[in-house]
Design a protein around this ligand. Structure first.
Ligand SMILES: *[C@@H]1O[C@H](CO)[C@@H](O)[C@H](O)[C@H]1NC(C)=O
Ligand SMILES: *[C@@H]1O[C@H](CO)[C@@H](O)[C@H](O)[C@H]1NC(C)=O
Length: 207
């Protein structure tokens, strides 16, 4: 009994820890699955060339930056940006971390875009990593709470009930909404869901 209580308390603490994750793996997978369909043939070749050897496609490695966060702590602050409780973003005011300037998701997108522009011109950086970071951060910045308020850690400490699950506002966006739709409408199949979303994007673009 004591152990069960201990484990549930531990789980609650872990669940409410104010970490700012990106989309969950499903969200990132679909963002990249859809993005791949819009690559020009040159871009497709370059992506194929830069992917890690064992990767199936870009989508399969788009969560890599989340997987290495624990080992490469410096990269954690590159997944988001917070404002001091206001609904506008000011690069000079907001894009920093602990006094380090130009350190946030916006700076990271610029950083890795610039690195990738050196492709075919003696790159100094690991462009495989640059590609995986860029594909991931462009996904992250479209999660509304990745540009949130510093005081509530981008919604991470706002408790919310999602149906009968206790979660937080940040996580509702990262995971809960996606997983519910995936299970309710697509028999849990991510690829079908990505195709459907892509069709919706196209039908809106052509209106
Ligand atoms: C830019 O990329 C390099 C290589 O990964 C990294 O060391 C540096 O912290 C990055 N800076 C930003 C703002 O993304
Ligand atoms: C580039 O980064 C990838 C992913 O971390 C790694 O597997 C690969 O060995 C690196 N390449 C070089 C030349 O360091």
């Amino acid at each position: 009994m004591g152990l069960i209580i201990f484990v549930s308390v531990l789980l609650c603490v872990l669940a409410s820890a104010p970490t700012s994750n990106g989309w969950g793996p499903e969200g990132h997978y679909m963002v990249c699955k859809i993005a791949e369909t819009y690559l020009t043939s040159n871009a497709r070749k370059a992506v194929g060339d830069l992917l890690p050897k064992d990767a199936i496609d870009l989508a399969s490695v788009c969560s890599w930056p989340d997987e290495i966060r624990k080992q490469q702590k410096w990269s954690t602050m590159l997944h988001f940006v917070n404002t001091p409780g206001v609904c506008n973003f000011d690069y000079n005011r907001d894009c920093h971390y602990n006094g380090i300037k130009d350190f946030c998701v916006v700076a990271a997108i610029k950083n890795y875009t610039e690195q990738l522009e050196t492709y075919q011109h003696s790159p100094t950086y690991n462009l495989t990593e640059a590609l995986m970071f860029l594909a991931h951060f462009v996904g992250d910045i479209h999660q509304p709470l990745h540009c949130g308020f510093a005081a509530d850690y981008g919604g991470n400490i706002i408790p919310v009930n999602w149906y009968d699950v206790k979660t937080n506002l940040h996580r509702v966006w990262d995971d809960n909404m996606i997983l519910t739709r995936m299970i309710d409408s697509f028999f849990g199949d991510l690829n079908t869901m990505a195709e459907e979303l892509n069709m919706e994007i196209n039908s809106q673009a052509s209106v």
